[in-house]
Design a protein around this ligand. Structure first.
Ligand code: EPU
Length: 337
């Protein structure tokens, strides 16, 4: 157990805040012991995975538990399908690579997403036309009140766009211990429809792509516009893409004829990156913080010295200006502590 411990290396924004207590756990027993410690001392709890979707705006006056549970197992279901179970502390991208090495399909579009397996269900991580709900079977969680293990299946997780029960009424009540996915061993479902995947494959002269080809293309697209948190602190998309009523979208089209939108029934999803760019934020730096020059939706710790408050304040300014210009209220996607 560490005291007054800097969390700078444990959050991808690289914000330097302190935890009153900090411990890393490798086993369920160690987790239970840490929970007893927090109970006995009435300490607020915070669980950390890869620290890739969190913004600390202040010191944490409680116990931070970093989950390092490791292990991946594979169980064949039939000729074409397998179940892959990974413990919470496995790095997400390493899991994707592990599966590709075994020619298991389903995770390739989610290559290079920062973070750990255990936090992937919380926000139903997604990219390039796939969300984890598409391959999710269940996750095992520890109920913090009863200290019993429970299984949450697809329905119980109530996945939505960057959303799940773990961000809603289940918030703070469970720790995710492991996640099981159903992947293909052959006859892979290759998804190339989203964004630049198809054109990138064509550029490389690939006509019938393998899951490895899709992964490689996703990696190169991500590397071309998303900052590497090892070099520049960030937490991926800072805001969600807002969904607005079709009528509001049509009214906006009268004023802004190039406004992009992805219709879904009588609602339209509008790329927040476009709205933010139109307000003049793209690439703009204020103090230590900036909107990324290649993807306005990502806020970066440009100098490495930013405080959480500075990052938060810039996000508030962005929200205000988008609201003023478009009448749309952006919602933060990153967890604020
Ligand atoms: N756009 C701009 N300016 C920008 C950025 C984007 O105009 O600076 C517009 C363009 O019209 C572009 C559209 O936004 O065509 C979509 O951009 P992009 O394909 O980069 O995707 P996104 O909607 O901005 C989402 C996810 C990303 C994910 C990508 C690819 C959210 C909040 N973000 O971003 O997820 O990688 O799609 O699937 O849904 C994350 O959640 O941390 C994340 C990086």
């Amino acid at each position: 157990m560490h005291e007054n411990f800097s969390l700078k290396p444990y959050n991808t924004f690289g914000v330097d805040v302190k935890a009153r207590y900090f411990t890393e756990i490798n086993t369920i027993e160690a987790l239970q012991e840490a929970l007893r410690f927090s109970n006995n001392n009435r300490l607020p709890l915070l669980f950390l995975g890869g620290g890739s979707n969190i913004l600390f705006t202040r010191d944490f006056d409680g116990l931070v538990i970093k989950l390092n549970l490791k292990g991946i197992s594979i169980q064949p279901l039939n000729e074409n399908e397998v179940l892959v179970t990974a413990k919470a502390g496995e790095n997400w991208h390493e899991l994707v690579m592990f599966c590709l090495d075994k020619n298991l399909g389903g995770l390739e579009n989610l290559s290079l997403i920062p973070g750990n397996v255990g936090t992937s269900p919380m926000q139903n991580i997604g990219a390039y036309g796939t969300e984890i709900k598409d391959i999710f079977v269940n996750c095992s969680v520890l109920n913090l009140e009863t200290l019993e293990t429970e299984i949450f299946d697809l329905e119980k997780c109530r996945f939505g766009y960057r959303d799940s029960i773990f961000k809603q009424e289940g918030k703070g009540k469970y720790v995710i211990l492991e996640v099981t996915f159903k992947l293909t061993a052959q006859n892979h479902n290759i998804k190339t429809e989203y964004g630049a995947i198809k054109s990138e494959l064509e550029k490389s002269g690939i006509e019938s792509p393998t899951i490895r080809d899709v992964s490689n293309v996703v990696i190169s697209i991500r590397q071309s516009k998303l900052p590497d948190p090892k070099e520049t602190g960030n937490a991926g998309s800072f805001f969600k893409n807002p969904t607005i009523p079709l009528t509001q979208f049509e009214a906006l089209q009268q004023k802004f004829e190039n406004i992009p939108g992805y219709p879904n029934g009588d609602a339209v999803k509008v790329p927040a990156g476009w709205l933010i760019e139109q307000c003049g934020w793209k690439g703009k730096q204020i103090g230590n913080v900036a909107s990324h020059p290649l993807q306005a939706l990502v806020i970066v710790n440009a100098t490495g010295e930013a405080t959480g408050k500075e990052i938060y304040d810039l996000s508030t300014e962005i929200i205000n200006s988008v609201k003023e210009k478009f009448g749309i209220e952006l919602e933060r996607e990153v967890n604020i502590v």
